[in-house]
Design a protein around this ligand. Structure first.
Ligand code: HC1
Ligand code: SF4
Length: 576
């Protein structure tokens, strides 16, 4: 510990931390913009400047380490003026379209300008026009709202190891962009949206599909069917001032019905179905095709794209099982349409997902059934929030509603898909039954849980010991794959979720105060995941194979796992 003073008050703080961290530790808020703890500590924006006794120039507190006897001033006239002028300069070349911006009222730059009392921009003159790009199905970039903070770059490089962005040009012309300003579809982007979560302004956002969905809802000839991902049930409430991780399943279903969706299905049901197919693939490979081990999970489209981009030689290892969201769309336009005598051309399927990569996944040409796209539109959690706000629904006070048959009942296993390790835990529960014919005495597989980025473990099923790995954040996935390729580690099954925390930390989730990326986003993810695990614990049915809807789907349509019909509608291929 070292002794310092901040604004004439004595404190003891850990040695070596930055002045910014020390101040926040003692509840003195120094404003910042480019700083993201642990991943972007570069002192570039100069918003966090402070005075240090004995040093002439103002110092960026995010990169200035504390030391014994340091005397810091955070609120002098000189400091206030410098911060104001740094932000005013940024605003002078920023397309200030706040009223119509996707991040209006949720923009860190806007918030900062207000907090610093900036009421006019004295610098006039021509603004740069760097353009706009949205030539891909998932993510758009408005270069005119970029403030060169490099937070997107840090998220993409440090968390995802996709290295899409770098600074282009020099001086005033500097922009943060993919090489040669290419579209994200033409570089190694996996469409995960982690850069959107990191962006403090409206420079990065998902490609909105809200107007297409309203159009479908207003068309009397269309039957518009929503499905909701497991994690949405524990995240959307946060946008309506409810506690982090609060379970709001019933309000979610009611809100979708009030918006005009004809039916609301739970993707959790087809998460159970994914386990039936993928669990059977795992058992099949363990017994018949050990050369195709490890089996790599494939329900996360960001991870699939990562594997396609960087490890094309391993695509045979990916499970061919489609993701739950695609399965739900496929079954809706085939089995469900036939069962309820509906012309599938009249059905519009809309998936509410925590994920921008799901927009890309839904657009893949192989994601069709009998000529129809499985999922017509994907809305992120944020887009659904906008629709709910648009019509003035009081989300927190909505009455309860139930999901619609036959995608209404799901197991605890289907629900924990939304957290890192959940798919693997669900698969273990069913693999145990498939291999031994018996249920696990305790379905909880605690080793699979928690926020550590890469976990290795073993699980005993009958007389077999299965080795497993779980990674979240594709940087960790790369470590696992390299460990496997070099022979350093051996595992039979690897679960990867591209986003830190799994879908609860997805790139389409509500953007909360992410000033302190590591600390805050971690605690959010914990709360969200904990709720999923608690609900799982409280469920009577906790295994995918015990879900009565799964029995029904196999009886009425698919026959058995890995049948010809399953292969036709529920399995896919990958493209190197
Ligand atoms: Fe997910 Fe999945 S868990 S990928 O994270 O397998 O998006 O929530 O819907 O498809 O079920 C996302 C979440 C989601 C799929 C399922
Ligand atoms: Fe990088 Fe993901 Fe953003 Fe693509 S979507 S640029 S991979 S962080």
């Amino acid at each position: 510990m070292v002794n310092i003073t901040i604004d004439d008050i004595d404190y003891q703080v850990p040695e070596g931390i930055s002045v910014l961290e020390a101040a926040r530790m003692v509840h003195i808020e120094i404003p910042s913009l480019c700083y993201l703890k642990g991943i972007n500590e570069i002192g570039a924006c100069r918003v966090c400047v402070v005075e240090i006794e004995g040093i002439n120039n103002l110092q960026a507190s995010c990169v200035y380490p504390v030391r014994e006897g340091l005397r810091i001033k955070t609120n002098t006239e000189k400091v206030r003026k410098a911060r104001k002028s740094a932000v005013t300069l940024l605003l002078s070349n920023h397309h200030r379209e706040c009223l119509t911006c996707v991040r209006n009222l949720n923009c860190e730059l806007q918030n900062l300008a207000d907090n610093l009392g900036i009421r006019d921009i004295p610098y006039t003159g021509e603004m740069q026009d760097y353009g706009f790009n949205d030539n891909n199905p998932a993510i758009q970039r408005d270069y005119n709202k970029c403030i060169n903070c490099r937070r997107c770059m840090a998220a993409c490089n440090t968390i995802q190891d996709c290295n899409v962005y770098s600074p282009l040009n020099r001086g005033l012309d500097t922009i943060i962009a993919p090489a040669f300003k290419k579209d994200l579809a033409d570089v190694t982007c996996i469409m995960c949206g982690q850069c959107i979560l990191a962006c403090p302004t409206g420079s990065l956002s998902e490609k909105e599909e809200i107007s297409n969905v309203w159009r479908a809802i207003s068309d009397p000839h269309k039957i518009v069917i929503a499905q909701t991902a497991p994690s949405i049930q524990v995240t959307i409430g946060e946008s309506f001032n409810m506690p982090i991780g609060k379970l709001v399943t019933k309000q979610l279903v009611t809100s979708l019905k009030r918006l005009g969706f004809d039916k609301v299905f739970a993707t959790d049901v087809t998460a159970d179905l994914t386990i039936m197919e993928e669990g059977s693939e795992l058992v099949d490979r363990l017994v018949n095709e050990p050369e195709k081990l490890p089996l790599l999970s494939s329900c996360c489209p960001g991870w699939v794209k990562f594997a396609e981009n960087f490890y094309p030689e391993l695509l045979d290892h990916l499970s061919s099982t489609k993701s739950p969201h695609e399965m739900c769309g496929a079954l809706t336009k085939t089995w469900y349409a036939k069962k309820y005598n509906i012309d599938p051309s009249k059905i519009v399927t809309v998936a509410i997902m925590p994920c921008t990569a799901k927009k890309y996944e839904a657009s893949r040409p192989e994601m069709t059934s009998d000529g129809f796209r499985n999922v017509d539109h994907v809305l992120t959690t944020r887009e659904l929030v906008k629709m709910i706000r648009e019509v003035g629904i009081d989300f927190a006070n909505l009455p309860d509603s139930e999901y619609d048959e036959p995608f209404d009942q799901f197991s605890g296993a289907g629900m924990i898909f939304g957290a890192t390790g959940g798919v693997l835990e669900a698969a273990v529960r069913s693999a145990h039954r498939l291999i031994t014919g018996e249920e696990m005495s305790i379905p909880d597989y605690e080793e699979a849980r928690g926020q550590s980025g890469l976990k290795y473990g073993t699980v005993k099923i009958g007389d077999k010991t299965i080795t497993i790995a779980i990674a979240h954040g594709t940087k960790n996935a790369r470590i696992a794959i390299e460990d496997f390729k070099s022979g350093k580690k051996k595992f039979d099954y690897l679960e990867v979720m591209a986003c830190p925390g799994g879908c609860v930390g997805g790139g389409g989730q509500p953007i909360l105060a992410n000033r302190d990326y590591k600390y805050i986003s971690l605690s959010y993810r914990h709360n969200r995941a904990d709720t999923l695990y608690n609900i799982d614990k409280s469920k009577i049915i906790r295994q995918s194979h015990n879900n009565p809807r799964i029995h029904q789907i196999y009886k009425e349509f698919l026959g058995k796992p890995l049948s010809d019909v399953s292969h036709k509608y529920l399995h896919t291929t990958f493209t190197p």
